[in-house]
Structure formats: C-alpha cells, structure tokens
Design a protein around this ligand. Structure first.
Ligand code: MN
Length: 347
C-alpha cells in the first residue's frame, strides 16, 4: 500500500523538481537527529541533480549531532535564529521549499509566518499525525514508518531507481543517523522497511559503528550526573502508572547541559513495569519543554494535545508548559503533572 502511494508521490516530486533549481529545506525547532538527517540526506539527493540547496534549521543543531556535518555542508546550512537575514534571503530566492519531519508550520515557530505566506512551491515529507497537507503542493506523509529519514530515503530511492539522482555516502550516513535516533537505535517504530533500509545502507558502505560511537559514546559527564539525580531524587511514579521528572533551569546550568544532552531521558522510566507513560519536563527560557513517551495502549499524542499544546506520534509526543499561563510558576509543575496524569490515566 505504502509503496504504491510513494511511487505516485515520487512521480509528482519528479515533475516539481524538473522545474526547480534553488531549493531550501526546513525542519522543526530544536532539530533532532531525524530532522537533521532527513534534511541533509534530501539536500544531498537534490544536489546530485545539480540543484543548489540551503538547509535552514530554526535554531542551533545540538553538539551531539554536529558530527553529521561535513565541513563543506556546514557552509550550506543556516540557523534561522542566528542568521535570520540570510535565511530570509534564501527563502526569497529559492523556487522550492522542502519541509522535513514536521506536520505543520507552527512547529518551526519563528519561521512559521514566513513559510506560510511564501508563494514558493512547497513539499512536505513527514511521519507525524495530522499533517497540514493543504499547506503544501505535495504532502508525503506516512505514520507507519520509523522516521522522516526513512520516508525520504524510501521516497527518493524510487527516483534513484529510475536514474533520477543518486545517494552519496553523505546522504546514506545522514539517513542512517536520523533513522537510528528516531527509533532509539532500533528500540521503537522499527518495521520491516526500516530493517530493509538499514541493510541497504550497510551494503552501500555506511559505517554504522562510527555513527553509534558518535551518537551514544560522546556525551559530557554532566548528562549522566543529571540523569543520576533525576532517577534518584526527582522521579515520581503515580498509582495510575505515570512517571514524571522535572529538570529545572538551575540544574541545567549546574550540569552544564547542552540542547541534546537530555535526549532520551524520557524513555528510561518506561523500563519500570507499571509505568504506562513517562513525562519529562525541561525548563528553558520561561517555559518547560515537555517530552512524553507511552507504551502501546496509552496515547502520548492525545495527552500532549490535551494538556501541553502539542502532539506528535501515538507513543512519542511533545509540547510545552507555560508559566505564568498554564501554571502560575515553575514550582507548580509537579503539582500540575500529578493532577493531569491522574485525570488522564483514570479515564
Ligand atoms: Mn522524526
């Protein structure tokens, strides 16, 4: 089913590509491995067709993922929050915008009004629930797939098979990296197509050991010290089967945590048998960033939407908690979590 759909979408993408020369890729705020991997991989494929590509990230790429950039790639990437004028110029001069790993423009925050108002052609490649397909000339959206990196790979592979473009080693490594982070190294959302992709990329010569080393064995000490504190003193487990942890700004500073340093913390409480849903809050610039993971049968997506202005996937979602606004002060976060998890999980 998906293959038939992707074949039709690939033909449509090919017609769009034929009429475009300058391309911009965009992705969601706080870009993760999948956002970055799918952007770089897709950019490489566009370049193999002789196109000129700029990758725009709404805000800085975390240090933990920066290994993915080759020196020559770095020069073709822009960070919107730091290079706004250049990014706006690139968006004005391009003739195609490819949106990767997000369902709607609001996920790009500051960039959203510009992207929405832009008269350029727009293509979406995404794997989240409820894509705003009406905002795009072509929306390629699948939820039964591991990652945007896999979806880009599977889609573009059809055209590569027709001799339309090719995958460089840089592209293969980027797709492998994005798929690896979004599946939490093959722990979730791993489907037959995901393993097929991994196998093909290994055949193509991707050095997976190097990727794993970069992704999981290069953290600063503070990450583990902070995790130790959270698990020992700050993890609450409720009778309804929720686990939550709140990391405050003072702690982020104390442990000198960068943007990617708390990646994956939210998954850990799911190891406990009675935990059905895990919530991790990290304080940042006057609000909390909220990550939610759930086991099958409990919807993280509905919970994120109901209480945290968010959404995402059925078992992996995110959102925000504002103060003042949702709660009077950051000190109220735990009480709020106690209330909403009880309300939600006793339904
Ligand atoms: Mn993703």
């Amino acid at each position: 089913m998906m293959k038939t759909r992707l074949t039709e979408k690939a033909a449509c993408l090919r017609r769009i590509m034929d009429n475009c020369h300058k391309i911009v890729t965009v992705t969601h705020t706080h870009p993760d491995g999948d956002a970055i991997g799918s952007s770089i991989g897709t950019a490489c494929w566009c370049e193999s067709l002789g196109k000129e590509v700029t990758c725009i990230f709404p805000d800085p790429v975390p240090d933990t993922i920066s290994f993915i950039f080759r020196p020559e790639r770095q020069a073709k990437c822009l960070t919107f929050s730091k290079q706004r004028a250049q990014a706006e110029k690139a968006l004005e001069e391009c003739d195609l915008i490819i949106a990767l790993d997000f369902s709607e423009f609001s996920r790009t925050e500051e960039m959203a009004p510009i992207l929405k108002a832009s008269p350029k052609r727009k293509v979406q490649i995404d794997h989240h629930l409820n894509p705003a397909a009406e905002d795009f000339d072509l929306s390629v959206s699948e939820i039964n797939i591991s990652s945007a990196s896999e979806l880009s790979y599977q889609l573009l592979k059809i055209l590569v098979g027709e001799g339309y473009g090719s995958f460089s080693m840089e592209a293969c490594e980027a797709f492998m990296t994005g798929m690896t982070t979004d599946t939490n190294n093959f722990a979730n959302s791993t489907l037959p197509s995901t393993l097929e992709m991994a196998s093909e990329l290994l055949e193509a010569g991707v050095n997976r050991d190097k990727i794993i080393d970069n992704l999981y064995w290069h953290y600063a000490e503070g990450r583990l010290r902070a995790l130790g504190l959270l698990l020992k003193d700050k993890m609450t487990i409720t009778p309804e089967g929720a686990a939550y942890m709140v990391l405050r700004d003072a702690e982020v500073k104390h442990f000198n945590l960068g943007d990617g340093d708390t990646e994956g913390f939210v998954n850990i409480p799911l190891a406990i048998e009675k935990v059905r849903m895990s919530i991790f809050l990290k304080e940042a610039d006057g609000h909390f960033r909220v990550s939610i993971r759930s086991k099958k049968g409990t919807s993280a997506s509905i919970f994120a939407n109901k209480y945290f202005h968010g959404g995402g996937h059925e078992n992996a979602s995110g959102g925000k908690l504002h103060f003042p606004g949702d709660i009077p002060s950051p000190d109220e976060a735990e009480a709020f979590l106690a209330k909403v998890t009880e309300e939600y999980l006793s339904e």
